[in-house]
Design a protein around this ligand. Structure first.
Ligand code: ZN
Length: 645
């Protein structure tokens, strides 16, 4: 203790002269009672003089519980690494190299190993050490040369003079690097030599290593359980990966297998699965087919003339073999049993591929690859358990619709007895050299759903009355006229307005009542009342708007066009379209209006649009508009037919 009081350590690190390089050397060591780390500067001057000076040291008592020496050495290495970090952080000196020295070969081997199968204690500490140091920075030093060794054992006569090894560093450091202990000595698998004076636990590096866990299993049954898969393609791909793994284990590796699965690998996997399923379902048939014998008469697949192909798969010897236009798999489909769980996966796969539609098309699709016993039954089972199909089949409970109005149910009346009125516009027309706006009054028969289009000069009450009078004169007596009182009109001020805001309702009312026409002016509150009418009107309006976009025809051309458009709409089928040749032509509004079916002179869908240069002649414009309307109408109207119940 007296010696401690006299301990003196120089405050300066370096002597005189220009410094070339500064190296940091950290020594670590551990014994049963303590572990320590000590850091030195190794300074090389311009005149090749080398000076070693003490930086700092750290000692810790060993933990009370017994710990193996390699673990304590590792603990010392952790201490040394932390000391190194502190020295590096706290000094502004430019350190050219850092070397960490230990006398434990076990610890060095832990650092250098490429696997990471160590127990948690070792694994965590090695990870911490290698976070701030490289494996190449760690070197082995004989215990006798290890300066940190001084701090790990009790000594009666400690040398604390400035010339001691503790303060001036080990002697080899003052020599050039070639004279240092060889680094490769430390990496050899030699157990640490037991030291004198301390009782050393023999090195047991394998204790720290986690034993590898391998098990060799030989199984007779098929390795891939079909039941654990819910998708056929996933099963095929998994099998293909397993096959690739097995091939790689046998060193049969081809170059194209670097990346994802190839088509031929998937095919091989599918063949394997199918063969396995066949072996499970038709063991006897497989055996007799392989010997070239006929299958037993009790078999499910008698009469199919099964044979085994080069992949060992049972196929139908097809009667349609000569049909070379069909793919091989369709001419000689693979036989599968409806009882096997693979079949369930395959049917599910095709069912999803056909987007859960059409049983017959799905069966045809499966037939191109597989011949399945009792296929329809399997497919029905799949469909009845398919969640998506269940969702599609489920319909929300329809709201209870109100009773249909009298207008919609009238039979034995005449067209336009009950009529809806709508306005459409504005449309641009060319008058002499400028453009003007026109509107279209759209009358819809609520019973037959025929339409009548009347050109209105403007949005005045007068022209509305004129349009109504024209309509009534041409389409016979009207019993009741309904008009939608929604905000359908966009006036000069760009604001949506109601029918009643635009026209003088009193004048219209008196005009209509003088012709004994009831006027129902309110917007229908019963959805089933306005539904069909509204949808049709919207459709006509949309098609008209598209057809007349950017075209400002002359007034008489527009009038002619409206009559043509009216005819097109009125020739649409009211009943379902005929599918067979012997079915009757569908009923159209024109049948009811004209008493005769429409003449089939409607333009074809593929009629060419006239060139722009030829539009000088007004009849050509009229025809062009008519063709465009027709085209558009077919596109817009036909889809709505599908939805009609
Ligand atoms: Zn489905």
């Amino acid at each position: 203790m007296v010696a401690v009081g006299q301990f003196r350590c120089p405050r300066h690190y370096f002597g005189h002269g220009a410094v070339r390089t500064v190296e940091l050397h950290v020594f670590v060591d551990a014994s049963q009672s303590a572990f320590a780390a000590v850091a030195y500067w190794r300074v090389t001057y311009e005149d090749d003089n080398v000076m070693v000076s003490f930086v700092c040291a750290k000692t810790k008592g060993a933990p009370m519980r017994t710990m193996s020496i390699p673990r304590l050495e590792l603990q010392a290495a952790v201490l040394g690494t932390r000391l190194m970090n502190t020295v590096q952080e706290e000094h502004s000196v430019d350190i050219s190299e850092t070397v960490l020295w230990t006398d434990s070969k076990t610890v060095l081997r832990w650092f250098g190993s490429t696997h990471r199968r160590y127990k948690q204690f070792v694994g965590n500490r090695v990870a911490e050490i290698l976070e701030s140091s490289k494996v190449s920075q760690w070197r082995w030093v004989p215990t006798a040369e290890n300066a940190a060794d001084d701090a790990t054992r009790s000594q009666n006569k400690a040398d604390l003079s400035p010339e001691s090894r503790w303060l001036s560093g080990p002697a080899f450091l003052r020599q050039p690097a070639s004279g240092w202990p060889a680094p490769e000595e430390g990496t050899k698998r030699v157990p640490d030599a037991p030291e004198e004076g301390t009782k050393r636990v023999p090195d047991a590096p394998d204790e720290e290593e986690m034993p590898g866990e391998f098990a060799l299993m030989a199984a007779d049954e098929f390795a891939i359980p079909f039941q654990r898969f819910s998708s056929f393609s996933r099963l095929v791909r998994t099998t293909a990966w397993v096959l690739r793994f097995a091939r790689w284990c046998r060193k049969q590796r081809s170059e194209i297998e670097e990346y994802a699965l190839t088509a031929s690998e998937c095919e091989a996997a599918e063949n394997l699965l199918v063969r396995q399923a066949q072996l499970e379902s038709f063991p006897d048939e497989m055996r007799s087919a392989e010997c070239g014998k006929d299958v037993a008469s009790s078999s499910d697949i008698r009469g199919l003339a099964p044979y085994v192909d080069e992949h060992g798969v049972l196929r139908v010897y097809g009667r349609v073999d000569a049909a070379l236009c069909m793919p091989y798999s369709a001419r000689r489909p693979v036989i599968l049993s409806h009882r096997h769980s693979l079949m369930d996966l395959i049917v599910r796969h095709f069912h999803a591929q056909m987007k859960h539609q059409n049983v017959d098309a799905t069966i045809a699709q499966i037939r191109t690859r597989f011949w399945v016993t009792k296929m329809r039954r399997v497919l029905k089972e799949v469909i009845s358990s398919c969640n998506e199909c269940k969702l599609q089949r489920t319909r929300p409970l329809p709201p209870i619709t109100g009773p249909l109005p009298e207008d919609r149910l009238e039979a034995g009346g005449w067209p336009f007895k009950y009529t809806g009125l709508d306005y459409f516009g504005p449309l641009l027309v060319t008058v002499s050299r400028h453009r003007e706006k026109r509107w279209v009054a759209l009358f819809t028969c609520l019973t037959t759903r025929a339409i009548h289009l009347e050109l209105a000069h403007d949005l005045s009450t007068d022209s509305c009355i004129i349009a109504m009078r024209n309509f009534v004169c041409r389409r016979g007596p009207v019993h009741r006229l309904r008009s939608d009182n929604g905000k359908n009109f966009v006036g000069a001020d760009r604001e949506a307005k109601r029918f009643g805001d635009v026209f003088e309702t009193e004048r219209i009312q008196s005009e209509l009542s003088s012709r004994s026409i009831e006027w129902d002016f309110n917007c229908p509150s019963n959805p089933s009342e306005g539904e069909v009418w509204e949808r049709m009107v919207q459709c006509v309006k949309r098609v008209l708007r598209h057809t007349l976009k950017e075209v400002a025809p002359r007034v008489h051309v527009l009038e002619s066009f409206l009559i043509e458009a009216e005819n097109v709409v009125n020739s649409r089928p009211l009943t379902h379209l005929p599918v067979d040749a012997d079915q009757e032509a569908p009923l159209t509004p024109n049948d009811l209006l004209k008493g005769a079916a429409n003449l089939p002179n409607t333009p074809g869908l593929d009629a060419e649009l006239p060139k722009e240069g030829s539009t000088r002649k007004q009849w050509r414009i009229a025809r062009m508009l008519r063709d465009r309307f027709w085209r558009r109408w077919v596109l817009e109207y036909l889809p709505t037919l599908v939805r009609r119940e």
